[in-house]
Design a protein around this ligand. Sequence first.
Ligand SMILES: [Zn+2]
Length: 221
Amino acid sequence: MKQTCVICGDKASIWTRTKINDGFLCGSCVKQCSEHLNKFNTLSTDDIRRHLAYRKENLESERLQEFSETMSLGDYEIIRIDENNGYWLLETEKRLVHDNPDIFSFSQIQSVKMLSTKECLNKYDKINNGKKQRIPKRLRRKKNRSPVYGYWFYIIVTLDHPAFRELRIRVNKYIINEKNRISYRQALGTAVNIKNKLRELAEKSRNTEETTEKTEVENND
Ligand SMILES: [Zn+2]
């Protein structure tokens, strides 16, 4: 059966289409979506329409036109910061369209947390992510060999934003073997630095807003 895109009505080719919960998106409509949009299969046609309306607003916004980078953070996914205007954006490898990055303001940040997850790099027997798996014999861990872990670092930013409640910033490009202490310390250092800097800028923007509100109140007296 031929499938058409729920947004533009074009043919949604089996090679480029993306499944959403009530139909398909064609490749070119997916390209209009943000790189930070995940879990398309949980989104409806209405969700995508709202998202694309937001994307159009973002593209035409003053924020985007005014954006001028003064600082960047991160080694893999890059946070670009405009300190003068109080804006920031996140650049990832998933980005498809380069002229419309989602612009956030520091005052939209509600919390910043660091998260690290670990995976066993040499254990392939029985359980992975809490699920039992059938593993080929050659991959099963040899008895008495102790597990070696690898680490991922993330920064989780919760937002007061029309399109995103949470952004997950990946710090390291490749999983870090715990035996590689230098890489581990480096990634941890980068993660802590990103967390502290984002918190600091969010805090600063809140203080500025409060001062502005106070001044307005005082002026009314
Ligand atoms: Zn389409």
